[in-house]
Design a protein around this ligand. Structure first.
Ligand SMILES: Cc1ncc(COP(=O)(O)O)c(C=O)c1O
Length: 305
């Protein structure tokens, strides 16, 4: 039997079965937590695991925590070291996922952010494909609107916000799609349930601006940089109308879990020819090399375990 994986919990590495929280935990009752999703990518040639943009994820967690008035127990550098130690102890020889969660812990009844103690944990799991990034997916817009910044700040990766994503994902799934496209309250394109969205139009990437209630993805900014530096393709951040997705040349989604996933159909309309587009394909080839530490130009985006 495989040894039990470790989690980081209450300041220690413990077997994951011992990392338990009380039913009175504030975050369990009210969704008052911030989290990250980080991928470790297995490089089979080097027999080594590379964690992608580790520091950037903890920097985003720090920003999310500031919004939710949660004090992280350690610095970003220390959290990176703890994550590396946890990944090392769990000994993965395959793609994996790291889930740090900073949350309101104390068992109090009372909806607020102040005068509640903070807690922090990290667990890891083996993690293959989340969406069918190899073959592409069908996506549909849904009735649920993306939370607006003045309701819950979408730029913070808050556990409670994922009710919004879950409603959207299940609506899309029950309508026969693989993934949801959420619109803003004003009816513009925002993002997927756990992905940012891009279209390719007239030789440029176009993606909703941060003002469109998106989570500002780390994959999103990595892909924009790769497009610019390696393919000479500019990225434009602006408002996008839903109908632009029907008439553009290519659509893809990006995210830590989803990698780059081609979208072949939106609302029962083929995107382009209905096959994976040439720009999407070039970006995927680049990106999959970069995240597994195979492109040494971007090796400082990867932390070897
Ligand atoms: C709602 C949402 N949007 C976008 C993303 C993509 O962000 P990233 O590329 O940093 O994983 C995620 C995943 O974390 C997400 O949950």
């Amino acid at each position: 039997m495989a040894p039990e994986p470790y989690a980081y919990f209450n300041g220690d590495f413990v077997p994951i079965s011992q990392a338990k929280v009380s039913i009175m935990t504030h975050a369990f009752n009210y969704g008052t937590g911030c989290f990250e999703g980080i991928r470790g990518n297995w490089n089979s040639k080097e027999e080594r695991l590379y964690i992608f943009r580790l520091r950037e994820h903890y920097e985003r967690l720090e920003r999310s925590c500031k919004i939710l008035k949660i004090q992280l127990p350690k610095s970003v550098d220390q959290l990176c070291d703890i994550t590396l130690e946890l990944a090392k102890r769990n000994g993965y020889r395959e793609d994996m996922y790291v889930r740090p969660i900073a949350y309101k812990g104390e068992g109090v009844v009372g909806v607020r952010l102040h005068n509640v103690s903070d807690a922090f944990t990290i667990f890891t799991i083996p993690f293959g494909n989340y969406l069918d990034s190899n073959n592409g997916i069908r996506a549909g817009t849904v009735g649920w609107r993306r939370v607006d910044d003045c309701a819950i700040p979408a730029r913070a990766k808050v556990t409670g916000i994922y009710i919004n994503s879950a409603l959207a994902k299940t609506e899309a799934f029950e309508n026969g799609y693989d993934e949801a496209i959420m619109l803003t309250n004003a009816g513009h394109v925002s993002e997927g349930s756990g992905e940012n969205i891009f279209m390719v139009q007239d030789g440029a990437l176009v993606t909703p601006a941060p003002s469109e209630s998106i989570l500002i993805g780390i994959t999103r900014s990595s892909v924009m940089q790769l497009a610019r530096e390696e393919l000479g393709i500019p990225a434009i951040e602006r408002q996008i109308a839903k109908s632009e997705l029907y008439s553009c040349q290519e659509v893809f989604m990006t995210g830590t879990a989803a990698h780059i996933t081609p979208v072949l159909e939106v609302d029962h309309r083929k995107v382009g020819s209905g096959a994976i587009g040439p720009v999407t394909k070039k970006l995927m080839d680049l990106y999959f090399d970069v995240i597994a530490g195979r492109n040494k130009k971007y090796i400082d985006w990867c932390t070897a375990v």
